[in-house]
Design a protein around this ligand. Structure first.
Ligand code: FPP
Length: 246
């Protein structure tokens, strides 16, 4: 049983970015510090995600993208991979059951074909049934890698060239964007990485070209709406120039 702290009143007058992306890092260390197996950290991490997704909806965020499982995470022990997959399955089953209450639109970035047939089916149902909701969209990055995504987009364009649909010199950034898992989703303005590591770890490489990064030592299971507010406040205090002059 985990008790949530009473949430502070939020100043809703501040601007909220349209799209926030999060690397949910630090679950393993959170568990280790408590003498628990890594899986216990992922379990509390999944709860933290639930809280943050609800909060994101309440403040009017349009897109929330989370790194749930990378193309590199298959290197972890079978036990840990199975535990993460089970958490995702359980989460999706519950999300599908509560869909009309939560009204969250679901989307998945990544090659889902390597996932279990059950998880693939749940992802498919979640996407299909939630299409009608107009509020927040949650993008789960599952078996996702930024480089893998760019390679797939390049392959798709190359195939179109071979089929005579376009020529190499016609390629634009927009044409590659349309071939990413994130097609149609605006780029994230803010990428948050809890867990104390200062790297991007193959997350949204194409989409984050002009994102602002926010790093914090707080481990993901301890990441609360207050932490999200700190990240948004930091973002709002920055001068975004997109390569222009000061
Ligand atoms: C990174 O922390 C976290 C992951 C690789 C898995 C993230 C998965 C979840 C939070 C559960 C997914 C479920 C839902 C419903 C979203 P780490 O294990 O690398 O932590 P460490 O750096 O401390 O070892």
């Amino acid at each position: 049983m985990f008790f949530r702290k009473k949430q502070k009143k939020v100043d809703l007058s501040r601007p909220v970015p349209t799209h926030i992306a999060i690397v949910m890092d630090g679950n393993g260390r959170w568990a280790k510090m408590r003498g628990l197996p890594r899986q216990a950290g992922h379990k509390v991490g999944a709860e933290a995600f639930r809280t943050i997704a609800n909060y994101a909806k309440s403040i009017g965020l349009k897109y929330l993208t989370v790194y749930a499982f990378s193309t590199e995470n298959w290197k972890r022990s079978e036990e840990e991979v199975d535990a993460i997959m089970e958490l995702l399955e359980r989460y999706l089953r519950e999300a599908i059951a509560d869909m009309d209450k939560n009204r969250v639109r679901f989307c998945f970035f990544g090659d889902l074909t390597r996932l279990s047939p059950e998880l693939q089916e749940e992802a498919r149902i979640a996407v299909e049934r939630s299409k009608k909701y107009a509020g927040v969209q949650v993008n789960f990055c599952l078996n996702y890698g930024g480089r893998d995504e760019i390679v797939r987009a390049a392959q798709s364009f190359a195939c179109d060239c071979i089929e005579g649909k376009c020529r190499p010199e016609e390629l634009t950034e927009a044409m590659l964007s349309e071939r990413m898992f994130s097609a149609g989703v605006p780029d994230p303005e803010l990428v948050i990485r809890p867990g104390g590591e200062l790297r991007t770890s193959n997350f949204l490489l194409w989409q984050s070209a002009y994102a602002e990064y926010y790093f914090t030592d707080v481990l993901w299971p301890d990441f609360t709406p207050e932490e999200l507010e700190k990240a948004i406040a930091s973002f709002n205090g920055r001068n975004r120039r997109f390569g222009g002059a000061k």
